[in-house]
Write a protein that binds this ligand. Structure first.
Ligand code: PLP
Length: 389
């Protein structure tokens, strides 16, 4: 006899999936035999560098790695992460207490709310922004207060505009630079302001640095190199984009020991860490030749010139991304984000993401990715030219 299956409220309360219509159209257009160019997904198209894959191959054969890993990660992995923080940012952290491994940074971002958000707590999140900040909060009964990222403010949240009672009641503040989806990089001065804001109101800063290594101007700072940053912040790092390792599921969180311990406490209860062979491969990535990352950065830079230059020529001008592999393109007057995304797909076979999928303040933009070879980007531009926008 069938039983009534009722999903938990937290699942029922999820906002409608804004990409559902695009996904349906994508299938329809592909079924017509159109060769789709997918500029919708933020997933590197180049393989993981060979020395990292080789390290996994070796480590996978070691029986010591076939057992349960420690949830917080091998000490050697955490030491490699700490060494990387030291070389990249001049930040010294204790690998034993200030670093925890993550099953991809997404896991840590979602679990941060389990560890620190009580029902009714306010969490400040960027809008547009990576959806997990909101979902993690809402799954745990918290309430998000959205901070619009606008071009006139260099896509930085205006912290001074947050009402006093909201700031006073806020538990966490999510920041993400280099930023998905706006491709902005925050200057050091902004992080200094954010740390002062957090100190004034007793707010924990969670900085999502998933794109830390993909930048085209000055190196983006870590919040931990800002005076006072280590007293208020935790930073999320990922090997996914830096080393083209999205499928491997490994990252780390680093920062205030109590924040790291809180996250670790959740992890001991809900997961059992990352396959040790993956951690060994990640050590090879973090301690390996930095030229590997320089080459990836140069590749995205070349693609960025191709796409941004091409869009400019066909009447879709946009700011060149300062970081990430995204291009945030204003929608021409008279069109909505979803309307333009639909036309790109139906009339040109080019998949793009409507900006409002990242929050209401993303309306008026579409997001394109640089995760396709330059040749494909040139072809995408040629096809979009036909839309006559
Ligand atoms: N943060 C941002 C802003 C992202 O765009 C992504 C992935 O797209 C992640 C975090 C999660 O990356 P991962 O879980 O692969 O480390």
């Amino acid at each position: 006899m069938p039983i009534e299956i009722k999903k938990a409220e937290r699942i029922r309360n999820l906002p409608p999936y804004l990409f559902a219509e695009i996904d349906r159209l994508k299938r329809e257009v592909a079924a017509r035999g159109v060769d789709l160019i997918n500029l919708g997904i933020g997933d590197p198209d180049t393989p993981t560098p060979a020395h990292i894959v080789e390290r996994l191959r070796e480590a996978a054969g070691n029986p010591a790695n076939h057992r349960y890993p420690d949830y917080e990660g091998l000490l050697t992995f955490r030491q490699a992460a700490a060494g990387w923080m030291q070389r990249r940012y001049g930040v010294t952290v204790d690998p034993a207490t200030e670093v925890v491994s993550l099953i991809g940074s997404k896991e840590g971002i979602a679990n941060m709310a389990v560890a620190f958000v009580d029902p009714g707590d306010i969490v400040l999140v960027p809008d547009p922004g990576y959806p997990v900040y909101h979902v993690g909060t809402s799954f745990n009964g918290g309430k998000t207060y959205r901070l619009p990222l606008r071009r006139e403010n260099a896509f930085l949240p205006d912290l001074a505009a947050i009402p006093r009672e909201i700031a006073r009641g806020a538990k966490l503040l999510w920041l993400n630079y280099p930023n998905n989806p706006t491709a902005a990089v925050a200057p050091r001065a902004f992080f200094e302001e954010a740390v002062r804001f957090a100190e004034r109101h007793g707010i924990i800063i969670c900085h999502d640095a998933a794109y830390a290594e993909i930048y085209f101007g000055e190196r983006p700072p870590s919040i931990l190199e800002i005076p006072g940053g280590r007293e208020v912040a935790i930073e999320f790092h990922s090997l996914s984009k830096t080393f083209s390792m999205t499928g491997w599921r490994i990252g780390f969180a680093v920062g205030h020991p109590e924040l790291v311990a809180g996250l670790g406490k959740v992890k001991t209860n809900v997961d059992s860490g990352v396959f040790q062979a993956t951690q060994e491969a990640a050590i090879a990535a973090l301690t390996g030749d930095p030229a590997v990352v320089d080459r990836l950065r140069a590749m995205y830079r070349e693609r960025r010139e191709v796409l941004v230059g091409g869009l400019q020529r066909i009447g879709l001008p946009c700011d060149p991304p300062a970081g990430t592999f995204y291009v945030w393109v204003p929608v021409p007057r008279g069109l909505t984000a979803a309307g333009l995304a639909t036309r790109c797909l139906e009339e040109a076979g080019v998949v793009v993401t409507p900006g409002n999928g990242f929050g209401d303040a993303g309306e008026g933009y579409i997001r394109l990715t640089l995760c396709s070879p330059s040749e494909r980007l040139r072809e995408a531009v040629e096809r979009l030219r036909g839309l006559d926008l």
